[in-house]
Structure formats: C-alpha cells, structure tokens
Design a protein around this ligand. Structure first.
Ligand code: HEC
Length: 91
C-alpha cells in the first residue's frame, strides 16, 4: 500500500510539474515520435506552430482525422502550460 501511495504521489507530482508528462506515451519523451502513426513530429514544429495547433485543438479550429484524440488532450491546459511545453519540446 505504501508503495502504491508513493507511486501515485510521483505521478501526481510529475504531471503538475510537467504538463508534457501525459503526452510522452504517444509523442515520445522529446516529441520525436509520430503519435499513433498520425501526428507530425512535434519537436520539428516551431514554437508558434505548436502553440497555434494546441489552441486550435482547444477551440476546434485545427486538426485532421484523429483530432478528437488531441481535443481531449488539450482540454483544460492553460496558456502557460501550452507555452511551457512549446519551450520544452518545439524547436
Ligand atoms: C493518445 C495519443 C496522444 C496523446 C496522449 C497526445 N497526443 Fe498529440 N497528437 C496525437 C495525434 C494522433 C495527433 C494528430 C491529430 C490530428 O489528426 O489532428 C496529435 C497531434 C498533436 C499536435 C499537432 C501536430 C500535428 O500533427 O498537426 C501537437 C502539437 C500535439 N499533438 C501535442 C500534444 C501534447 C502537448 C500532448 C500532451 C498534452 C499530446 N499531444 C498528447 C496523439 C496524442
């Protein structure tokens, strides 16, 4: 039980400290993967492109065939979160 609580605490801390943590499984630790065989390689996007696409998923103005997946991911992220991730991942 203690181990479980510790693991949950680590996950919670990681996702607060780093909003990109929940993106790693699909996009890779550094944004180097083609997520689900569909996305662009996000580390090759400019910061402006990254931010515009995330905001576009939030307001429904951006995306292609699998955009519903990203709309769910982008929901609830603050502008500050998006900017921090752009600085971390985009070029
Ligand atoms: C379940 C897998 C999955 C997760 C988790 C995920 N993404 Fe995505 N992402 C995708 C897919 C699939 C696309 C392409 C969607 C489309 O058709 O528009 C995409 C597209 C993007 C794009 C635009 C690139 C393009 O292809 O136009 C950005 C930027 C992005 N994701 C960032 C993120 C960030 C930041 C997170 C975490 C908050 C995240 N993604 C989490 C699967 C995922």
């Amino acid at each position: 039980m203690k181990k479980l609580i510790l693991a949950l605490a680590v996950i919670a801390t990681a996702s607060y400290a780093n909003p990109y943590a929940k993106c790693v499984s699909c996009h890779g630790a550094n944004g180097e993967k083609v997520a689900l065989g569909k996305s662009k390689i996000i580390k090759d996007m400019t910061k402006a492109e990254f931010i515009a696409s995330m905001k576009g998923y939030q307001d429904g103005t951006y995306g292609r065939s699998t955009k519903a997946i990203m709309q769910a991911q982008a929901k609830g992220l603050s502008d500050a979160d998006i900017e921090a991730m752009a600085n971390q991942i985009a070029k």
